[in-house]
Write a new protein. Structure first.
Length: 372
């Protein structure tokens, strides 16, 4: 659909995709630890809106994924609305279906004050995945940087626009793209072919890449998927080679707890126990302070965020806490896109940071959660 709409329309336009749960998350590292039975949430603090004071013409963003690169952290956004920062009479210039920015490494909220959007020659934020695509939109999902391959890998969802209405689009499938991140400000991710003559890797009711878990022992990266069955969202899991991902090399979690079963057949993928009722996006990372894998996601489209823990990436996940997405409330606001950003964690994970989007504001908000 066209980007030629006003901001009151922008919010409803974007929340439509959250209603169908088409987006994804981010991730981090493991090493065994131990969690006390008496550990609980000590405090929750809203750190405010992010990236609103930019000079790249960005006037609203969705999603918000972060991937650690060697010298900075890459943040990715979907369905981005742009303004001309030098024009008052004609400020609106359109939009892009994805863009990104770079922020320095560091824990807490301070590094996020020193960000730079990746821009074109005109100084306005540019589309990273498939720029200039006609009637197609490319929404970024989770990703990872391979130290072995010296490359950035990103999942994406390809969308075909079918009209001008709020729901006039269809998801065609998901795939993977790669980029040289040595000169991150000039990066241009390239679509990776599936190996069977197609660009999309998956054309099914499962959207893989909603969350990516990397830094695990062994050669694997784990990617969570959202299975949509008649509006019911459940989580699946697959793994792929960290340095040389291929569709043929993907293995899907087919059950089991301490000794998981893996299958090359995507039809064998089973539900990850303990993760459900999430609107597409989530994050899964290893928290050293709690000694468990921590999954975080919005509960439906409510103003509540679920935190769950598990000993293994494949679960089973047990509820740990529910925290509120504290923000200025609007009567019709939807809260979605909640995900943790492990690179911001403090004290080895004693305090974590996550973002979420309020549909009426259409900006990321940062939230700090500290455990006892």
């Amino acid at each position: 659909m066209s980007f030629q709409v006003n901001h009151s329309q922008d919010a409803s336009q974007i929340s439509r995709r959250q209603l169908l749960g088409l987006l994804g998350g981010c991730c981090l590292l493991p090493e065994r630890g131990s969690a006390s039975d008496e550990t609980h949430v000590l405090s929750v603090r809203n750190e405010g809106l992010l990236f609103t004071d930019n000079r790249a013409g960005v006037s609203g963003v969705d999603c918000g994924y972060s991937v650690s690169l060697p010298h900075s952290t890459l943040w990715l956004f979907g369905d981005v609305f742009l303004q001309n920062p030098n024009s008052v009479l004609q400020p609106y210039v359109g939009g892009v279906s994805n863009c990104g920015l770079l922020a320095p490494h560091g824990s807490g909220a301070e590094p996020l004050k020193k960000y730079r959007f990746i821009t074109g020659k005109n100084g306005i934020a540019r589309q990273l995945i498939e720029p200039g695509a006609q009637h197609k939109r490319y929404w970024p999902l989770g990703g990872w940087y391979s130290m072995h391959a010296k490359k950035l890998f990103l999942f994406y969802s390809r969308i075909r626009v079918t009209g001008h209405g709020m729901l006039d689009f269809v998801q065609e499938g998901t795939g993977l793209c790669e980029a040289d991140a040595d000169h991150a400000m000039h990066m241009q991710p390239a679509i990776m072919p599936s190996g069977s003559g197609h660009t999309l890797w998956w054309e099914s009711n499962v959207t893989y890449g909603q969350a990516v878990i990397y830094g695990t022992k062994g050669p694997w990266v784990y990617a969570a998927g959202m299975r949509d069955t008649g509006g019911m969202h459940t989580c699946t899991l697959m793994r792929l080679p960290e340095a040389a991902p291929t569709l043929a090399g993907c293995e899907y979690y087919a059950g089991g707890k301490t000794k998981p079963r893996w299958s090359r057949n995507p039809g064998d993928a089973v539900e990850v126990q303990g993760i459900s009722n999430f609107p597409g996006e989530l994050s899964i990372s290893y928290n050293h302070y709690l000694g468990r894998y921590l999954a975080l996601h919005t509960i439906g489209l409510s103003q509540k965020v679920q935190i769950s823990l598990a000993e293994h990436p494949w679960g089973p996940y047990q509820p740990f806490a529910v925290v509120g997405a504290r923000h200025r409330l609007f009567s019709k606001a939807l809260c979605y896109a909640a995900k943790e950003h492990p690179e911001l964690a403090e004290q080895n994970g004693k305090a974590i940071y996550f973002t979420f989007v309020d549909s009426e504001r259409y900006w990321l908000q940062l939230q700090r959660v500290e455990f006892s």
